[in-house]
Write a protein that binds this ligand. Structure first.
Ligand SMILES: *Cc1c(COP(=O)(O)O)cnc(C)c1O
Length: 410
């Protein structure tokens, strides 16, 4: 099995859901039949043209795909190095890449006859996307959200309610995303027959990491076509850069290029206040070690006793103590490189993007952009960088104002 994995980096995971020693299916006996059902249905849908036709129709008319691949001319000139392209997934309906995956899972839920959808959310972006698609199909939607996050993210809580979703504040643990995900898994076990669990990133037990990646891979597939229209037949990007929370927008961009060995792949983790022993960051690969969380083995932020740590980042969307198992694998085999960017560096990139390109980026892709700012000036002018602009910054303007000590009422 290991050998066939290495024939093509795109062959993962194996039939046990493992990417090398990562991934898998660490779930209770009661969840197992549900997971197997889901896997069977997904395997069926994956090769069913009518499934992808329905998806394609909604991507075009509801989400607004394909998103443009935009040449950032002013930023390129300013940095005086590599050519910088932005994949504009922030232009999607609901303002981020999350909806690509939610649509896929909800179409699957419909095929399985499930009428009750549950989801976990941290900052609220995945919750909003799920509430949106549930409204579109008249499905009941329940979103588990850490009580602490409910307080911090009031506008997204209100959005979900406007869209008809029920938001359940989670007070167990420390009341953040990790705890919300635990409660959603518990709900799933108790409400087996009618419920579908819509996970927001490339984490969870198999088949979620592969399934979410496959739904997000539309990002990289479009880039492959668009870069050839922009730069000429047969041209591929030299470098891909994306921010990593759980890793779904990054996997979506990277996956279709894994076998193109000339393409350099870089994932950018949240370095928070700096990746050191204080652990005030969310860089699971750079500052964590392997363990098991939410049904899969992967790199996690943990203390010496294996307690999962909360981590810290200015960007709520990158605030997950783990990372998708496929990234852990790509890291270990060296196919992708992972770096970290601090809050401060991300803020600088945020400001520059507003002023140079007239695009207010979310704080998550500001991390990816910050790394682009570091490498572009060191690269030749014909070098092509594609970064994933995976979300818009409207949700973050108050956080930025606070961080920069600006009173917006003046
Ligand atoms: C949720 C979110 C992320 C982090 O999730 P990934 O699974 O790592 O993509 C990044 N950017 C934005 C804009 C988000 O909403």
């Amino acid at each position: 099995m290991e050998e066939s994995l290495f024939n093509s980096f795109m062959n993962g995971p194996d039939q046990n859901g493992r990417f090398g020693k990562f991934g898998g299916r660490f779930v209770s006996e009661t969840l197992m039949p549900l997971i197997l059902d889901l896997e069977t249905e997904y395997e069926r849908a994956k090769t069913d043209e009518s499934f992808w036709a329905e998806m394609g129709h909604l991507w075009t008319h509801y989400v607004g795909r394909p998103s443009p691949l935009y040449f950032a001319e002013r930023l390129t000139e300013y940095l005086d190095g590599a050519k910088i392209y932005m994949k504009r997934d922030e232009l999607n309906h609901t303002g981020a890449h999350k909806i690509n995956n939610v649509l896929g899972q909800i179409l699957l839920a419909r095929r399985m006859g499930k009428k009750r959808i549950i989801a976990e959310t941290g900052a609220g972006q995945h919750g909003v996307a799920t509430a949106t698609v549930c409204a579109r199909f008249g499905l009941k939607c329940i979103v588990y959200m850490g009580a602490h996050d409910v307080e911090r993210q009031a506008p997204n809580v209100f959005r979900m309610k406007l869209l008809g979703a029920e938001v359940i504040p989670v007070t167990s643990g420390r009341g953040t995303l990790k705890d919300a995900m635990n409660d959603a898994l518990r709900d799933w076990v108790t409400n087996v027959s009618e419920t579908f669990y819509c996970i927001g990133t490339v984490a969870g037990p198999h088949p979620y990491p592969a399934m979410v990646r496959d739904f997000q891979a539309i990002i990289g597939k479009e880039v492959r076509e668009q870069i050839q229209l922009a730069e000429g037949d047969g041209v591929l990007p030299d470098t891909l850069v994306a921010a990593i929370g759980g890793g779904s927008n990054a996997m979506g961009l990277f996956y279709p290029f894994l076998d193109d060995s000339d393409v350099t792949i870089i994932g950018v983790e949240a370095g928070g206040k700096g990746v050191n022993e204080n652990m005030e960051h969310c860089a699971s690969l750079t500052g964590g070690r392997p363990g098991v969380l939410h049904g899969n083995r992967t790199y996690l932020l943990q203390d010496q006793d294996g307690q999962i740590l909360e981590g810290f980042s200015i960007s709520a969307g990158l605030d997950y103590p783990g990372i998708g198992p496929e990234h852990s694998w790509l890291h270990e085999i060296g196919r992708a490189k992972y770096v970290s960017i601090t809050d401060q560096e991300a803020l600088e990139a945020f400001k520059l993007c507003c002023l140079q390109e007239g695009i207010i980026p979310a704080l998550e892709p500001s991390h990816a952009l910050a790394h682009v700012l570091k490498i572009a000036p060191t690269l030749p002018k014909e070098h092509v960088i594609v970064m994933n602009m995976c979300g818009r910054g409207d949700k973050d303007i108050f956080t930025v104002a606070k961080a920069l000590d600006i009173d917006i009422s003046e």
